[in-house]
Design a protein around this ligand. Structure first.
Ligand code: AMP
Length: 441
């Protein structure tokens, strides 16, 4: 092929390549304005309730040292082993996008000397989490969680309060039929003996296990209990239960938690296979499930006690407990059930213009109105007055302020009552005052 022709062909190829639209990264999701309404609703209800229970908001960075998750969450957990987004910075630090919220908050608790503050410390948070999982419905690589943590109190009543708050948040949001699944996974005193017992049991059944569970048997035997493979679930159903092997202290703690829950009339199910995936949990672990659903995605959120974590990450011996839920999952659940928010956006007044001179006046008037706390809608791009008045109706505006060419020249504004259609001309410098007077009526 002649050189000139080849060059031209390459150019065309390059141009075509440029035209391919850039797509969203796999497993990520845009959250568009209509969905934001429901997000805000969930966040408002949850934050308000946390405020009423005495929690303060905390924000920690999305990026943390990878080491934090290795030491905190545990190296032999799916989350750390397979699901982290980790990379080296230009300065040579190994960092990770947080896969969960608790480890970062514990780091912040230690680093900001919160153990010297008056205990208990109650913190809530919300934000994105990153997990390199296989994307599917309800499972994303970037998802968002709302969660809360209490530091500095080991009383079982605190476990019950955290569970109650978790349950109450879903009630307030409108997810009424939930059940708390609860278990105790003991402490560093009683868990090792139970793990040994469990390993002995599973070793006898090794041929009946999936590949992952065969590997977990040596690394993290507790995880075998919550494997979702049918054949592993069958083996798990006859496995020794940790509840029968708790030390006295863990046993009493759990008994008390359940008694407090009875008092609060929270419906719970003892689930001896609930272990949660992460290493840091001790004693109480729980999840809130929606009634009538089973399997991994029926869990709206989960949490538990982590009495050793502050210490493991270099702080003092401070007991702690927390809970978090996935916002996407709650949004999907609400949308599925036909949940309806009044999505009609209301504007007190609507600004209507005709021509460029009028547009300039509208820009200034708009600014003046919002400074005076009057919500205003406008449609600067639209031409006809008729179509702009239609928008005023859509926004449920009580008044329309119309500036045509004549009004722009006279420095006047037409105030139109949208219900009666009555119109009155007022001077521009009086219009805000007149609008406020009419809106007050
Ligand atoms: P976990 O820390 O794994 O218990 O997660 C807490 C909650 O976050 C779960 O109950 C889910 O509601 C939600 N969640 C966890 N992983 C994902 C994910 N990949 N995509 C969407 N939501 C998730």
């Amino acid at each position: 092929m002649p050189r000139v022709k080849k060059q031209a062909k390459n150019e065309t190829k390059k141009r075509r390549k440029k035209l391919i639209p850039v797509q969203i990264v796999k497993g990520m999701k845009d959250i568009l304005p209509p969905e934001q309404i429901i997000w805000n609703y969930i966040l408002e209800k949850s934050s308000k309730l946390c405020g009423e229970f005495g929690f303060g908001k905390i924000e920690t960075p999305i990026l943390e040292h990878t080491e934090l998750f290795h030491r905190g969450v545990g190296q032999i957990t799916d989350l750390v082993e397979k699901e982290m987004f980790s990379f080296e910075t230009q300065g040579g630090d190994m960092v990770s996008l947080r896969p969960e919220g608790t480890a970062g908050i514990v780091r912040a608790y230690i680093e900001n000397g919160m153990s010297k503050w008056s205990q208990p410390i109650k913190l809530y948070y919300e934000g994105p989490m990153f997990r390199y999982e296989k994307p599917q419905t309800g499972r994303y690589r970037q998802h968002h969680q709302f969660g809360f943590e209490i530091f500095g109190d080991e009383c079982p009543a605190i476990d019950a309060q955290v569970i109650y708050l978790a349950w109450k948040i879903f009630q307030k949001i409108g997810i009424k039929s939930t059940t708390v699944q609860i278990n105790s996974i003991g402490c560093s005193e009683c868990r090792p003996a139970y793990k040994k017992l469990l390993t002995d049991y599973y070793e006898m059944k090794i041929n009946k296990l999936c590949i992952d569970c065969k590997r977990r048997l040596t690394d993290n035997p507790l995880r075998l209990l919550d494997c979702k493979e049918e054949k592993c679930m069958q083996v798990a159903s006859s496995a020794p239960q940790i509840i029968d092997h708790l030390c006295d202290s863990c046993h009493d703690h759990f008994k008390n938690v359940l008694e407090f829950l009875d008092e609060l009339e929270i419906s719970y199910v003892l689930n001896s296979n609930l272990v949660r995936g992460l290493d840091y949990y001790t004693k109480t672990v729980f999840e809130v499930w929606e009634d009538g659903s089973e399997g991994a995605q029926s869990s709206l959120g989960g949490g538990g006690r982590y009495d050793d974590l502050v210490n493991i990450l270099g702080g003092e011996d401070v007991p702690a407990i927390g809970f978090s839920f996935g916002i996407e999952r709650v949004v999907a659940r609400l949308l599925q059930s036909g949940f309806h928010l009044d999505q009609k956006i209301k504007k007190d007044i609507f600004l209507v213009q005709l021509g460029n001179m009028a547009r300039k006046k509208i820009l200034r008037l708009f600014d003046n109105l919002i400074d005076n706390n009057v919500s205003a809608g406008e449609s600067l791009g639209r031409g006809s007055i008729k179509s702009q008045l239609r928008m005023a109706n859509k926004f449920n505006s009580k008044l329309a302020l119309i500036i045509g060419q004549k009004e722009a020249l006279d420095d006047t504004v037409i105030i139109r009552d949208m219900e009666s259609g009555m119109q009155e001309v007022v001077m521009m410098d009086k219009v805000v005052m007149e609008v406020k007077r009419r809106l007050k009526k």
